[in-house]
Write a protein that binds this ligand. Structure first.
Ligand code: TXA
Ligand code: MG
Length: 339
């Protein structure tokens, strides 16, 4: 089966595929999602197979209205409504307790909660309305690979495994949504994203965060956090600050394998007389770096000669926290240090 590339004018056809139990990749403002009818367990099962995703890792339910959330979730609280007013449609996924057996366990991974999100993408909101059902939507990548920020990335991983992808150009944010658990007494951020803890606390008051406590040995709260993630073929080393780059490239040169560099333009400019195999620009700030991180990691997979990638780190604050969370996973926590 050849995967169709739908234009944004072909929503009705894509919705018909979804209704027929097929998989359609849809654009969001964060990354491309792998859509299936959330009310059709057979269709949802295909999502795990196409991605090669462990089936204990639950899926986000994408909605086009708050009424849909109220249909499935028990205890839609004031906090939920405040977060929706502030951040939806947008890059915040909210975990709520479910009404009894409201969604199949293939969606929830057997949990009594489910994750809901209204993406900030007009095409996909129209798609959900046209399909008339909420859509599960994990990132549309092969499990373990960087999340896709273009339709080409989706096709690279899933061509022939899904019915279609709706091409709406590159996504804007580049990192997956913030995941917050509202099913517990004190809300807790399970995955950092561009909607920051500070921004959330301005709306609902103090919350907690536990994403950096999740290690392979523990039972993670967000099941997805325990798996190897975002890993390109080459080994990634994080270069914590721009001034460490000269020492980092010197060290990489001594490894006698081709290496690449991902950094902002000013850093690349300072390295212009150093010989490395390939480079990828992260733009000029942590915001553009976040938009292009996954694209850059995928870029180096196209050049199998490259065995080491030196990637610029940023301070773990604001968006930098989400950027570093993804980068640390892609690097398996490996940092370059000259000390
Ligand atoms: O930006 C995004 O969120 C993208 C776009 C496509 O919407 N989607 C996405 O989905 O990143 P996925 O499946 O790659 O990540 C969902 C995360 C996983 O870490 C999963 O374990 C967690 O949310 N999750 C889902 N349901 C949960 C639940 N009921 N309790 C705890 N964690 C949950
Ligand atoms: Mg994912």
């Amino acid at each position: 089966m050849e995967t169709k590339r739908y234009t944004v004018e072909q929503i009705e056809q894509a919705a018909a595929d979804l209704k027929a139990g097929e998989l359609i990749s849809f654009p969001t403002e964060t990354v491309y999602g792998l859509g299936a009818d959330a009310t059709n367990p057979e269709a949802v099962k295909k999502v795990y197979a196409a991605k090669g995703r462990p089936s204990d890792n639950p899926l986000i339910v994408h909605v086009a209205s708050v009424a849909t959330v109220e249909h499935y979730a028990a205890g839609v609280s004031d906090r939920f409504k405040q977060l929706v007013d502030a951040f939806w449609p947008g890059s915040l996924t909210i975990i709520l307790p479910l009404k009894h057996a409201a969604l199949d366990s293939v969606v929830t991974g057997g949990l009594k909660t489910a994750a809901f999100r209204m993406p900030n993408n007009a095409v996909t909101l129209d798609l959900i309305k046209a399909a008339g059902v909420p859509l599960v939507g994990p990132s549309a990548n092969t499990s373990g690979k960087p999340s896709p920020t273009t339709a080409d990335h989706v096709l690279h991983d899933l061509n022939g495994k899904i019915a279609g992808v709706i091409d709406d150009g590159p996504t804007g944010v580049g990192l997956e949504s913030t995941v917050i658990d509202l099913s517990v007494a004190t809300p807790v951020i399970l995955r950092p994203g561009v909607v920051t803890q500070e921004a959330i606390e301005r709306v609902i008051g103090p919350i907690m965060t536990n994403h950096h406590k999740v290690g392979a040995a523990e039972t993670p709260k967000a099941p997805g956090m325990k798996y190897k993630h975002y890993a390109p073929n080459a080994q990634v080393y994080i270069v914590p600050t721009p001034d460490e780059f000269p020492a980092a490239v010197k060290w990489a040169s001594q490894q006698n394998v081709p290496f690449g560099v991902m950094a902002v333009d000013t850093v690349l400019g300072q390295l212009s007389d150093v010989r490395f195999k390939d480079q990828f620009s992260l733009g000029d700030s942590v915001v553009t770096a976040s938009q292009h991180l996954f694209e850059g990691l995928r870029y180096f997979d196209l050049n199998p000669e490259v065995k080491i990638i030196l990637v610029q780190g940023f301070a773990k604050e604001g968006v930098g926290l989400a950027y570093m969370n993804r980068l640390e996973k892609s690097a398996g926590q490996q940092y370059f240090t000259s000390k």
